[in-house]
Write a protein that binds this ligand. Sequence first.
Ligand SMILES: [Ca+2]
Ligand SMILES: [Ca+2]
Ligand SMILES: [Ca+2]
Length: 230
Amino acid sequence: MLNKVKITTAFLLSFCFLGFNAHAGLVKIDDKSDEKKISEIATGSYDGGNVGTGADPSGFWGSNLQLVADGTVSMLFEFISDHAAYNNAVFAGEGGDIGGLDNTIQGSFSVLFTGVADDFLPFSFIADCGGFSVSGCTSSKGSVQNGSNSQGDQGNDVSFFISKKVSNNTNSIYYLFFNDGTNDLDFDDMIVRLTVTPAEPPQEVPEPGALALLALGMIGFVARKRLIKR
Ligand SMILES: [Ca+2]
Ligand SMILES: [Ca+2]
Ligand SMILES: [Ca+2]
């Protein structure tokens, strides 16, 4: 009788932890730079117009986006505008869940990302993407991955600017302004809106990690029971 109670409690606790993980985690800017308006940084003309953060957005240049806590998020990327001779592109995701778009495709895509606190969101901007496909580009004139974005060599290096968060209760929304590194800093070479939403990890099959946790618990329980019998 006591054993049954213990087993039930172990199972309930396991599912409590699974539930907690499923709902945790949105994003933060690592703000390696001071908050500035694009007009304070730009050396070329910023031609992005009003992107929902005002005509002269305030944010961080050379910074990166990280998860706040362990969890699964959905990342929706929407093309806003471009003002460049290059065909620039943005890619996001991992494994079999990779999406992307370029100046020609425009539109939007979304991917799921599961990570732990402080992980960088997996996305990259690529300058002058040739042969666009979901797996990448056949040629580029430089790229920058979130996590290694920096101010670099001013206008010669590719980099991006992240707007301050534009949020409501359930989403974290940022505008990302890519500069493709052709000797100016105008941050209008590709502009996308990133909406991050809490997401349930795929639930059809329990994750191996969760199963292992349950199995370990059961093994420990049986071992303890045997010790008591001795
Ligand atoms: Ca411009
Ligand atoms: Ca530029
Ligand atoms: Ca430009």
